[in-house]
Design a binder for this molecule. Sequence first.
Ligand SMILES: [Zn+2]
Length: 288
Amino acid sequence: MTALQLPAVLGESLLCQALQRLIARQRLPHTVVIEGGTEALRTAVAQALAAAVLCPHKPDGAACAACPSCRHCAQGTHPDLVALPGIRESPTGLPVDAVRAAAEQAGSSALLGVGRVFIIPDAERLRGAAANALLKILEEPPPRTVFILAAQAAANLLPTIRSRAAVYRLPDAAPPTGAQIDNDRPAPAALARLLTEPSLAAIAEVLTALEKAVPNSAGQAGQRQVLALWLQQQIACARHELRSADPSLSGRALQHCERLLRALHDLELHLPPRSVLEALCWARSSSD
Ligand SMILES: [Zn+2]
């Protein structure tokens, strides 16, 4: 499993560069609001941001995706990362007990050493006692603690919370650019099918296309390079779909993004293309 990385989720955007710069310099504000985009995109950005903050290596301000901290983030088992329930798990509002427990935890030291991160989805629900419990800790945030609030619009947050946060707006939908998609070497349609209708026939079709693009006799390194390019094209498409207004489409895109990133990671570990495709085909995303 691979931790989401900011560039994979946000692309080469100014926002991505700004966030990575802040993280690399350890200057990310204690309270961050991610507004705009779809629920799935906000979730993906919050997770990628948390993984980057907690990663002890953070090359260029993004999660390294390989260390124990990043693996814990990807599996949802990081002891210093707390995600409060979203609107689906808790439709009537943010449970005040969960917010109080988070505020208490924020005061204790990090278990893996780098810091603590709290993700609060649908932060518009912070009202009354839950908001008060959080405000106390936001007024004097403990060192190396980051609160990531996700909201459709920061304007809907209580002014007392908003005034203590740095607000980052997600970029509006834009089609994948030429830089992300190499049209000279389009991925075979079967690669996209692996994500939705896993089958041995689709794997065989991708391997045949790969053999056609770079004959095996030329060495597996070349094939791995082309497959990486194809996977990146699919990631660009999934990233675009993350911005879809339809929640079922954007939720599915987030799962695809996770699976494709894992396949890319497998390729970097020098696994043969067939094994990478089989894992991509049959693997389930962490949110399945
Ligand atoms: Zn890492």
